[in-house]
Design a protein around this ligand. Structure first.
Ligand SMILES: NC(=O)c1ccc[n+]([C@@H]2O[C@H](COP(=O)([O-])OP(=O)(O)OC[C@H]3O[C@@H](n4cnc5c(N)ncnc54)[C@H](O)[C@@H]3O)[C@@H](O)[C@H]2O)c1
Length: 359
């Protein structure tokens, strides 16, 4: 195989950046698009010059498709991925891997049985900012990592998002929507988790949308909107995490990694670039460091490209289904711990993804 032939299911908001970044790639040929809304698929095919528009069912069984890019909403992630895998297609999908752990289990199980690969966003850890941080940690620039913090403090998306309803339902909220960026970055930088604990609350039972499209609409809140967590990493480091849609203002950093010989200030893990700062033991000021890796703009699709390369060359996928599963289990673990008044011991394991080579 020279290139993986990719068919897209889900031609909504996020599909544009994937199409823009992936239409011409060494290891990818986008051969077809599909959506429950046929018009949406037609428009993307026209804009990006994709030859074929199929129904999702036609796409799953098409013999000229090797891999499905699943860009549907979280509630459809499992159904679409399973149909693709059962028909012998590799799958890369947007986060989270699924809403429930049972569905995620089934996705990985079917992939294993069929000898297929599963990859899952986020892929921001493959960008220049987080790869620079990884290289610094691996080189020992801050000594041994002993602790980390990860904060996403906001007041939710209903002031700007045209359709914010789903953000307050199961499978979203700040933890499931934004947590994957932070948790994946922590696995990439420090390693997998041994156990987690947390407290999860909602400040409001209803939210009032103020975005122009939904101004005044009442949104029922059916998921926690402020989650505080503690992570024990396999290697002994300890992490503190807050993901919130209940905060009007804060001065906390995105991610910091504290080592025995210094601190690394990590850029926003929802982006691909910098800045990266370091403060070594005894130094008074932070130093901004030059990025060691490229891919620093909006590079969504890097994970898909990496997976296509993996399929063509027979090597592992960095944004792997196993890592996506570990992230999903940890997110459920924070809620379980909060409900049960005790730590949640992680059942799954995953590898730290291999760092990206410098050019
Ligand atoms: N919008 C963003 O800024 C953004 C950023 C990062 C990640 N994501 C992730 O990308 C995914 C998609 O988000 P979006 O904003 O593009 O959503 P969207 O609602 O704009 O688009 C989703 C599309 O999927 C289609 N769809 C839904 N169920 C389907 C099914 N069963 N079969 C075929 N098509 C189906 C819908 O018709 C729609 O066109 C989500 O997982 C989201 O978390 C979105």
């Amino acid at each position: 195989m020279q290139k993986a032939r990719v068919g897209i299911v889900g031609c909504g908001t996020i599909s544009d950046i994937y199409l823009k970044n992936c239409v011409s790639d060494e290891f990818i040929e986008i051969v077809a698009v599909s959506d429950l809304n046929e018009q949406a698929a037609r428009e993307k095919a026209k804009t990006y010059n994709i030859q074929r528009v199929l129904t999702p069912d036609e796409l799953y069984t098409d013999p000229d498709v090797d891999m499905i890019l699943n860009l549907t909403i979280p509630a459809a992630h499992a159904e679409v991925s399973l149909k693709a895998l059962e028909n012998g297609k590799h799958v890369f999908l947007e986060k989270p891997l699924s809403i429930s752990l049972q569905d995620a289990d089934q996705i990985l199980q079917v992939a294993k049985e069929k000898g297929l690969q599963v990859g899952v966003a986020p892929d921001t850890f493959l960008g220049g900012g987080l790869q620079t941080c990884r290289q610094l940690i691996d080189e020992g620039s801050i000594g041994k990592p002993v602790a980390a913090t990860a904060f996403m403090m906001s007041h939710g998306p209903e002031s700007w998002h045209p359709n914010p309803y789903f953000y307050y339902q199961e499978g979203a909220g700040p933890l499931f929507d934004m947590g994957p960026y932070y948790l994946t970055a922590l696995i990439h930088l420090i390693g997998p988790f041994r156990r987690v604990t947390g407290s999860a609350q909602s400040a409001l039972k209803e939210r009032i949308a103020t975005s122009p499209e939904r101004n005044g609409e009442v949104i029922p809140v059916n998921t926690p909107t402020h989650v505080t967590g503690v992570i024990d990493f396999e290697n002994g480091a300890v992490g503190t995490l807050i993901m919130s849609f209940d905060v009007w203002g804060a001065t906390l950093p995105w991610i910091e990694i504290y080592g025995t010989e210094g601190t690394l200030r990590v850029p926003d893990p929802n982006t691909f670039g910098g800045p990266v700062y370091i403060k070594k033991a005894g130094e008074l000021d932070w130093t901004e460091l030059a990025l060691t890796h490229g891919n620093t703009e909006n590079e969504r699709g890097l994970g898909l490209k990496d997976m296509a390369r993996a399929i063509v060359t027979g090597s592992p996928t960095r944004a792997s289904g196993e890592m996506g599963y570990h992230v999903l289990e940890a997110m459920h673990g924070f809620y379980t711990a909060s409900a049960n008044n005790q730590h949640y011991a992680m059942q799954s394991q995953c590898e730290r993804p291999a760092p990206v080579e410098t050019n």
